[in-house]
Design a protein around this ligand. Structure first.
Ligand SMILES: *[C@@H]1O[C@H](CO)[C@@H](O)[C@H](O)[C@H]1NC(C)=O
Ligand SMILES: *[C@@H]1O[C@H](CO)[C@@H](O)[C@H](O)[C@H]1NC(C)=O
Ligand SMILES: *[C@@H]1O[C@H](CO)[C@@H](O)[C@H](O)[C@H]1NC(C)=O
Ligand SMILES: *[C@@H]1O[C@H](CO)[C@@H](O)[C@H](O)[C@H]1NC(C)=O
Ligand SMILES: *[C@@H]1O[C@H](CO)[C@@H](O)[C@H](O)[C@H]1NC(C)=O
Length: 473
């Protein structure tokens, strides 16, 4: 005769059998909602390409971001031979740096400069070298260490870029040569890399104004590439840890130490066990922090490409070696003091101006520089406006569908940028915002001849050499 205990045990057994069977029959979609067990194969190598697109001390933060990323990857177990760094390398030893030979990326942060490989510095930080490195084409590289992503079919690649951008393009430090990373060229390089079959999956993080425009309507979903960007296609991204804001850098620093999206992903990576955190979790946390309490001083982190990759753990791309996990910063500062990337230079100059003694040569010189930059910006704005009026009348050009690419004819956009820079001077990081107007002109089907004439007419009184774009970043 069955005792109540035996009946209970039988029921328990049936329940277990049921659960086991049910689990076995569980559709993949249910499994998918949990952390993916996808692990790189034993013989898979993770490669990384880190790019700081700016130079000069007032842009300290971009190189600081890149150096910090290197430290994360290095601690994660990636080898120097697999990490390729592009940075102008003019920050650590700049006379304005209060800690010579040291770069920090947060107010209480330790040195992130030590040990960073100097693969491509100074004039070798170019878009052409960036493409050659990604494609693993050693013969196409000019200058630098010659290190390239010599990846194999099972390998993973992590790419991180930080700098100024504009609709359809990203800055590079040699702006007087009109060197930009154009979205279509970058996407073409990714397609070529994919066609070559020399990687398994790739993750790309991009900090720049309008960074969404680099991928929106352009990045195919079938390249096994997952991208997140600091902002959507229409908005600025933000510098942070700036003097006079909360939290400020140490008082001796007259520069911003980081960028909001960048420090958000990196402080997240520093404070998490990356073998347990998924890319999706990191994306959501970074998105929340970069929104900056829904204030107007925040941006919308976006993602593009092969979204299924986000189920993988962050460690697949940033390394998994055991390391000291730092305190979680997300509870410390809910709202970050930030400055629009494009205004950081003038903001810092005004901060410095306030602190200098009245009547000194240094103060007068700085005021002169501030006035020149302000005047140059006004010149850029009014020239673009005039060109627009000549070519588009009072309108803004055709409205494109939500989510579509900025422009169809990229050669036209490049032509317009070159024509403008020839007759009106360098766009500078500030003027990169005007490429949307140039794109609208291209989308209106206006001829190159008309563009050329309108640009010449608009800038007929502009004297080349009157301004030195190199000093305007
Ligand atoms: C830096 O450390 C000080 C002292 O411990 C602390 O008060 C401050 O909040 C820290 N700043 C940041 C940004 O973590
Ligand atoms: C590498 O670059 C060189 C020089 O630009 C080019 O001639 C060559 O075709 C490239 N090789 C590959 C495999 O793409
Ligand atoms: C920001 O706004 C979104 C949508 O309105 C809301 O879901 C979210 O909770 C808000 N976040 C914060 C931090 O207020
Ligand atoms: C978020 O913003 C609201 C108003 O916009 C403000 O009252 C609140 O203090 C902010 N929260 C934090 C944590 O900064
Ligand atoms: C660009 O400017 C830098 C100085 O900032 C100079 O060294 C370099 O030669 C210039 N390149 C060209 C092509 O004008």
């Amino acid at each position: 005769m069955a005792t109540p205990i035996m009946v209970f045990q039988l029921k328990l057994l049936l329940l277990i059998v049921f659960v086991v069977q049910f689990s076995a029959a569980k559709p993949p979609s249910l499994v998918d909602t949990f952390r993916s067990i996808i692990k790189p194969k034993a013989d898979s190598t993770t490669w990384a390409v880190l790019v700081a697109g700016s130079k000069e001390y007032f842009n300290y933060r971009h190189q600081a971001d890149i150096c910090h990323a290197y430290q994360i990857l290095k601690k994660g177990g990636l080898k120097d031979e697999n990490i390729i760094v592009f940075m102008y390398d003019d920050i650590a030893h700049d006379p304005e740096n209060p800690r010579p030979g040291v770069i920090i990326n947060s107010p209480n942060g330790s040195d992130v400069y030590a040990g960073v490989p100097k693969d491509y510095t100074g004039e070798s930080v170019t878009s052409a070298n960036f493409y050659a490195v990604l494609l693993g084409n050693k013969t196409a590289v000019k200058g630098g260490s010659g290190k390239v992503v010599a990846s194999k079919p099972k390998d993973r690649i992590f790419v991180y870029y930080a700098d100024h951008g504009g609709p359809g393009l990203l800055g590079m430090p040699n702006m007087n040569t009109s060197d930009y990373i154009y979205a279509n060229d970058f996407i073409q390089v990714l397609k070529t890399k994919h066609a070559g079959g020399t990687y398994d999956k790739m993750v790309i993080y991009v900090e720049a104004c309008e960074s969404g425009s680099i991928f929106q309507g352009l990045l195919p979903k079938n390249l096994n590439i997952y991208v997140t960007t600091a902002s959507n296609a229409d908005e600025s991204s933000w510098g942070t840890y700036c003097p006079g804001l909360t939290p400020p850098p140490p008082p001796e620093f007259n520069t911003c130490l980081g960028d909001l999206y960048s420090i958000s992903w990196m402080e997240d990576s520093d404070s998490k066990d990356l073998t347990h955190e998924t890319l999706q979790q990191q994306y959501l946390r970074v998105k929340k922090r970069t929104l900056n309490n829904n204030s107007s001083e925040g941006s919308h982190v976006m993602h593009y490409g092969t979204l299924s990759i986000r189920k993988e753990t962050v460690s697949n791309y940033q390394g998994s070696a055991t390391r000291k996990i730092s305190a979680d910063p997300f509870h410390t500062f809910d709202t970050m003091g930030v400055i629009n990337q494009r205004d950081v230079d003038l903001y810092l100059m005004r901060q410095k101006y306030e602190r200098l003694t009245d009547g000194t040569q240094q103060k007068n010189d700085l005021l002169k520089k501030i006035k020149e930059i302000t005047a140059y910006r006004a010149h850029l704005d009014s020239s673009v406006n005039m060109i627009k009026r000549y070519l588009l009348g009072s309108g803004d050009g055709p409205v494109r569908d939500e989510g579509s690419a900025l422009v169809d004819d990229w050669d036209c956009l490049k032509f317009m940028v070159r024509t403008f820079e020839t007759h009106c001077g360098s766009l500078t990081q500030y003027g990169m915002k005007h490429t949307r107007t140039f794109a609208n002109i291209c989308n209106s089907g206006i001829t190159k001849k008309a563009m050329d004439e309108a640009t010449k007419k608009s800038c007929s009184s502009f004297k080349k050499g009157q301004w030195d774009p190199a000093t305007f970043g």
